[in-house]
Design a protein around this ligand. Structure first.
Ligand SMILES: Nc1nc2c(ncn2[C@@H]2O[C@H](COP(=O)(O)OP(=O)(O)OP(=O)(O)O)[C@@H](O)[C@H]2O)c(=O)[nH]1
Ligand SMILES: [Mg+2]
Length: 205
């Protein structure tokens, strides 16, 4: 399927503290398997994927950002125009959970207040090390008006669901006229071929 054949193009940012599994989740989503020897992300990595949801073909532009503190100023520059954010935390790391409030604020401040957000509680395969319960994560998400899903990039559990769920949410809002249509027309975007994964570290486009 080419970009010209897609009905919509949605931009997504994948954000959250370092080491939570953002790159691992995206790799599993794009390739259907666990990544081996994943490296800490430097700056931003870009990939695309086309999916079919509710009879619509959607080209997803996926911006995987570095979670390390020293890249924050750089990565915020990539939030603009994002319709959706996957904010990842590690269920075995309370610091990454406590940082969610700040990540939500940043997503709303640096893209648009209407950005759709799904919180992704990752590494649920590490049951014994888990310190954030599903219940407390769900409660936090309700209070902050964002969705919640639990995943494992190691086993692949609910990885597709995380990306599909936020895409459906955006599509529903779009069809209700609640999202600015100008942001999602294919003509609005560059002419890259789909099904290829571009990696542009510290891309300046
Ligand atoms: N057990 C387990 N380990 C995971 C999972 N997801 C990621 N990891 C491991 O966690 C470490 C960090 O994963 P990354 O995908 O690099 O995390 P990141 O959020 O992209 O990190 P930055 O690029 O630094 O922001 C790696 O050693 C992964 O193998 C998971 O679901 N389960
Ligand atoms: Mg990474």
């Amino acid at each position: 399927m080419t970009e010209e054949q897609s009905d919509y193009v949605f931009k997504f940012i994948i954000i959250g503290n370092g080491n939570c599994g953002k790159t691992s989740l995206l790799y599993h989503y794009n390739n259907g398997k666990q990544i081996q020897n994943v490296k800490q992300t430097v700056g931003v990595e870009f990939s695309t994927k086309v999916i079919q949801v509710k009879q619509k073909r959607i080209k997803m532009q996926l911006w995987d950002t570095a979670g390390q503190e020293r890249y924050r100023a750089l990565t915020k520059g990539y939030y603009r125009g994002a319709l959706g954010a996957l904010i990842v935390f590690d269920v075995t790391n309370s610091e990454s959970f406590e940082a969610l409030k700040e990540w939500i604020k940043n997503a709303r401040d640096f893209s648009k207040p209407s950005i759709q957000i799904i919180i992704v509680g990752n590494k649920i395969d590490l049951e014994k090390q888990r310190v954030i319960s599903e219940e407390s994560a769900k409660q936090f998400c309700q209070e902050n008006d964002v969705q919640y899903v639990e995943t494992s990039a190691a086993t692949g559990y609910q990885v597709n669901e995380a990306f599909t769920q936020i895409t459906i949410q955006i599509l529903d809002l779009l069809q209700q006229g609640a999202i600015d249509g100008e942001m999602i027309k294919p003509k609005f975007l560059n002419q890259k071929k789909v099904n290829e994964t571009d990696k542009q570290q510290q891309c300046n486009c």
